[in-house]
Design a protein around this ligand. Sequence first.
Ligand code: FES
Length: 577
Amino acid sequence: MAQDATKQNDSRSGLFFSEPHVAGFTHRAFTKAMGFDEEDMQRPVIGICNTYSELNNCNSHLRELAEAVKRGVWQAGGFPMEFPTISLGEIYLSPTSMLYRNLAAMDTEEMIRGNPIDGVVLLTNCDKTTPAALMGACSADLPAILLSGGPALNGNFKGQMLGACTDCRRMTAEWQAGTIDDETYKEIEGSVFRSRGHCMVMGTASTMNSLVEALGIALPGNGATPATDAARIRLAEQAGRRIVTLAQEGVRPSQIITRQAIENAITLVCALGGSTNAVVHLPAIAGRLGIEIPLSLWDEISRRTPLIANMRPSGQFQMEDLHFAGGIPAVLRELLPLLHGDALTVTGRTLAENVANAPIHNRDVIHALAEPLQPEGGLSILSGNLAPDGAVIKQSAATPALLQHRGRAIVFTDVEDVRARINDPDLDVTPDDVLVLQNSGPVGGPGMPEVGILPIPQKLLKQGVRDMLRISDARMSGTAYGAIVLHVAPESAIGGPLALVQDGDEIELDFANRRLHLYVDDEELARRRTAWQPPQPAFGRGYGRLYLQHVTQAPQGADFDFLLGNDPVKPMEQPKF
Ligand code: FES
């Protein structure tokens, strides 16, 4: 059945394998060296972009999924070729994985662009791997399906459900407060993460790997099917089969991830009480397709979208429970009146068609639109003289009383300052004060680390205090909770008003009016601005220097300015001899 490999077809791989003279000869000969023959080379080549890494626990099972994707690709008449890209592990990477998200996106884009592939399955899981892969794939704009590795099983300690890493923080606070002993703390450490997969509360990975279903770029079931469930392997095989058709039909991410699809994704995030990190990642993904998402759109959608998923850290349940309740298809079905149901997805059907018959098995987990947990979504956008370009709060995970709060600022100039002083018994701090962290944004962090959840001072923990109003230009983990204002823009390291706050200033969070106000008059602020000095750049060379020169602010997605937009891949071009 082998065909003449020199016969030209106009796919990227077809042109590559059928080039005349020595170019085609070497392309075929070196592929045959791996044990493939000319019949294989007649098939569409499907890249499997794998972020497997042992330095990324959440992605350490992706080899098995890659094998299942390959089976699907072969079954559908494709030729799978797996390749690695940078893997960003939330736990191991220093100073923060976010510093490298754009680097990973560049790696993904250029590997797609440079290799003779006709379509790609993006294998991701941990927080940054999903947006990075999507950003790169959107810029390359070659047919793509995203398949994540899935959430880990629920943690369990003596019958009590645990979730990473909501309970990592909660239990550490209890241990610091002296309410649990060293031995119990150690036992919990071995019980919180029971299996492969990503963090199992509605953290950043759960949010991103769920919202790709609403974007239409992942198959239904991607968000909540547990990493260790056989259904996840079947999903991988289906993705392998489906990408071959998408490659043959030439359906590109730009035809899937439209403005309507992005609005669908924001609606889902609001209904799930999803991670604030989505407010940075989604604009970065959209920006690669030339779509601007103003922060005001988040607030507009959040106000009309009820919180219907009862998920930690805002609610009670975790991803395994959501899977058994019907998963993301069930949530999307409930949300259909608020969605653009006619948006096209990678299944070849519309979003509404995908979820039309999705069963909802547990109304404690997925509430009805008419009986929501909260009438509005979990996230909101704030503005005011302290955040002229906006800030984000996850009010669904905050102590309600702190949402209308005015207090005295206790200012920390950076993370080191927090470490040095937060537990100092002499720190002049009360539960009504507002903890302010500067120099932790995209430039100042650098990399906008997840340090927005400033620890409660130990002396207040011992008094029973578990939440305080905290404000910074940093991000926080999606698994975190509390009255925490994040992503303040412009950030302090480039001279945003946050840089001018001093100990003792009064700050007010007026959530009802979405307002964040610094009670210092303009004259005094102008005086302070004249005296202000920017911090020393964190890097003088290498990738870090490139990062500092080109990173945008949080509302623009903290992408690099030169990566905005896309440049769809063309047929392979190589110098000919
Ligand atoms: Fe990877 Fe939490 S550490 S998702």
